[in-house]
Design a protein around this ligand. Structure first.
Ligand SMILES: CC(=O)N[C@H]1[C@@H](OP(=O)(O)OP(=O)(O)OC[C@H]2O[C@@H](n3ccc(=O)[nH]c3=O)[C@H](O)[C@@H]2O)O[C@H](CO)[C@H](O)[C@@H]1O
Ligand SMILES: [Mn+2]
Length: 352
């Protein structure tokens, strides 16, 4: 009798347990289906019936090689003179916050392609040679890099030797008379480039100013979903001194009591999907502003700052990655990686 009772109890609990396992499995399968369906929907058709890009699958694992030797990370020693994390837990990359041997080893296994865009219209073609030659020495060395150069004068682009596994595509664009239009129009060009050409080719994209030169490593430590760079002149000033757009009529408007950092318009990047949304949103907002006869104080840089306020970057690069001039010193800048090239605005721009 007692034995039968025990058997019944065991059978009962067994059934309850199987029930739990079954329900749990169904939930897992459902979650998977939801994720897969969600992706498929995103990838197939928009409301207007347009086929959308099928983004290249992303590698998110950080695999390390067995036997790789590098310095032991410390939990107590590190940079104490600068913040290396934002209030939303995004890393801020400074010299001393990463190990280049380790980080290269992790990301080289992923066989990545990094699309890199620059624009050189009018007299800005003079910056191309230094930009490309210095990038070949310092920018994602050992990685596959595909430069896209937009210019109104392909014939005057100098020949620069591009390394193995790296390439340069030159695309002709119409000449424009206002530097503001050249600068702003980049958002639309980038949006279309990602949509039409890059979506299945590259893993990451960086969009850079051409009037810059590399002096130090810019590598895999900069890779992230959405990446912004702290502006070299405004990284250490109070919030009310940020040169955000302050007129409420503009889509780039940020009130004085808001804002995290002031980001440079001269460099941003990330996954294609994320940069696509960024460029699309900024392009739309620039268009709305134009229709309302308003141009934000720093053109697309103002819209970029608004975008980053509402869509926090997942990684921030210190001003080492966009410094003022190689000869300008700051105790916080231990290494200059990429700088603005000093220029005579009146001479180089098509209009004041
Ligand atoms: C360090 C930094 O964040 N710089 C930003 C800042 O001033 P900048 O002084 O850096 O702007 P800029 O004159 O370099 O223009 C931005 C870019 O537009 C292109 N260009 C411009 C003029 C021209 O005649 N031909 C040409 O090709 C070129 O790629 C250049 O790098 O504000 C601009 C918008 O107001 C952009 O957001 C810049 O990225
Ligand atoms: Mn510039």
């Amino acid at each position: 009798m007692l034995v039968r009772q025990n058997v019944l109890i065991i059978v009962f609990f067994g059934m309850v347990l199987s029930g739990f396992i079954y329900l749990n499995n169904i939930q897992c399968i459902c979650n998977q289906q939801i994720i897969e369906q969600g992706l498929k929907c995103n990838q197939q058709i928009t409301e207007q019936g347009i086929i959308k890009p099928k983004w290249k699958p992303k590698i998110i694992e950080l695999r390390s090689s067995p036997g790789l030797l590098y310095n032991k990370p410390s939990v107590v020693a590190g940079r104490t003179d600068v913040a290396s994390v934002s209030p939303w837990s995004a890393p801020i990359i400074w010299e001393g916050t990463f190990d280049s041997t380790l980080i290269d080893s992790i990301y080289k296994q992923q066989h990545l392609t990094i699309a890199t865009t620059v624009f050189a219209l009018g007299k800005y073609t003079r910056f191309v040679k230094d930009f490309l030659e210095s990038a070949e020495q310092h920018y994602f060395v050992g990685f596959r890099v595909h430069y896209y150069l937009f210019t109104d004068q392909p014939e005057s682009i100098p020949k620069v030797k591009i390394g193995e596994n790296r390439s340069l595509t030159i695309e002709k664009v119409p000449t424009m008379n206002r530097w503001q239009d050249i600068s702003m129009n980049r958002m639309e060009k980038l949006e279309k480039l990602i949509e039409n050409e890059l979506f299945n080719e590259a893993d990451y994209i960086f969009c850079l100013d051409i009037d810059g030169k590399f002096y130090g490593r810019w590598g895999a430590e900069t890779l992230g979903r959405l990446v912004g760079v702290l502006h070299p002149w405004l990284f250490n000033v109070p919030r009310n001194q940020f040169t955000y757009e302050r007129r409420p009529e503009s889509k780039a408007y940020i009130p004085v009591e808001e804002g995290d950092y002031y980001y440079a318009g001269a460099a941003f990047g990330g996954f294609l999907e994320d940069v696509h949304l960024l460029t699309k949103t900024c392009r739309e907002h620039l268009k709305i502003d134009a229709a309302n006869s308003i141009e934000a104080v720093w053109q697309e840089e103002s819209h970029l700052n608004k975008y980053f306020l509402l869509n926090k970057p997942s990684k921030l690069l210190s001003p080492e990655y966009m410094w003022r001039d190689v000869n300008e010193k700051s105790a916080l800048i231990k290494i200059v990686r990429y700088t603005n090239v000093p220029k005579n605005y009146a001479e180089v721009r098509p209009n004041p």
